[in-house]
Design a protein. Structure first.
Length: 310
């Protein structure tokens, strides 16, 4: 299928990165290169764009899109959590800007063969990198009832997590749960009819499974501090998140790096030697405009935070 990609808050991201024409920029979740092509347009022959993604299909599309703009880019098949090692492998010490657009892409959601969507029947997969790691099938069919309950509640706040875990375990005792529609049927049976009104019953559980499959929160936590450390002075980092858990991680790490002291409040003398590394470009997260929401409903939950290295 065609790789469709609508970049979220495009003008806000580009303005927020404050792009230098001869700078080095890294898009750690390049997807269909919607944001990256606009970055590349603003670079001269001395500038460089590095695009990273776990999904080879995304990288193939990015190569096609960026090649029509210019040649000063490099694409890397890797997890953005390895941002420091990626830069070292390319002989790059510091970056002038970093973009992280967290979460699943529209292409991944809409391509039924990837198994991300509860609206299309497909094999349970949900891996962003189809060449490695456990799939949603593995989790649904091998995790204990307690483990399933924990991840479903932790990553989606699904109030029916315990019943869903119980129903999954009862079903798979007879046969493995192999497809998205099989899992959706199990979830529907677990959630009382009244609780299923006005929303799809599988939405939260599918979100939780996707986060667990791809270790999305772990990757974000691992990447952010390294990303901040390899920013040039005045370099900027922009992060787009799509749910509260992601946004809290970004907010907390950004805030920690704006502090000049992390000693306990009762300390009379500072002994931590902590120095701030960031200043916030926007104190509150930016959100999509009404116009963008009408054109792209998937931007509804997006939040953009931007910070600058000091």
């Amino acid at each position: 299928m065609e790789f469709k990609h609508i970049p979220i808050m495009l003008s806000e991201v580009i303005d927020g990165l404050d792009i230098k024409s001869n700078g080095i920029y890294l898009d750690g979740t390049i997807g269909g290169a919607g944001h990256s092509q606009e970055i590349l347009k603003r670079l001269n022959e001395d500038g460089l764009l590095i695009g990273v993604d776990r999904d080879r299909e995304a990288l193939n599309k990015a190569n096609e899109v960026l090649s029509s703009v210019g040649g000063n880019f490099k694409l890397v098949h890797d997890n953005y959590r390895n941002v420091k090692a990626i830069c070292q492998s390319l002989g790059i010490d510091y970056l002038d800007g970093i973009l992280l657009d967290i979460g699943v892409s529209s292409y991944q959601l809409d391509n039924k063969d990837r198994g991300f969507s509860y609206r299309m029947d497909a094999k349970l997969d949900m891996r962003m990198d189809q060449e490695s790691g456990k799939s949603a099938y593995d989790i649904v069919n091998t995790y204990t009832k307690e483990e399933l309950e924990e991840i479903i509640y932790k990553y989606s706040q699904e109030r029916w997590a315990r019943r869903i875990a119980e129903f999954i375990c009862e079903y798979r005792a007879e046969k493995p749960i192999e497809t998205t529609f099989e899992l959706t049927d199990v979830i529907k049976r677990a959630i009382p009819k009244k609780a299923r009104e006005n929303k799809h019953p599988s939405k939260k559980t599918f979100q939780a499974l996707r986060i667990e499959v791809n270790d999305e929160l772990g990757a974000l936590n691992a990447a952010l501090q390294d990303a901040i450390d390899i920013l040039n002075t005045d370099g900027r980092i922009a992060v787009i998140t799509f749910h509260s858990m992601e946004d809290k991680i970004v907010k907390d790490i950004f805030k920690f790096n704006t502090l000049d002291c992390i000693c306990p409040p009762e300390s009379i003398i500072c002994t931590c030697n902590h120095k701030r590394k960031l200043k916030l470009v926007n104190n509150k997260p930016l959100v999509a405009s009404e116009e963008e929401l009408k054109a792209n409903p998937r931007s509804e939950s997006a939040k953009l935070r931007i910070a600058q290295r000091v």
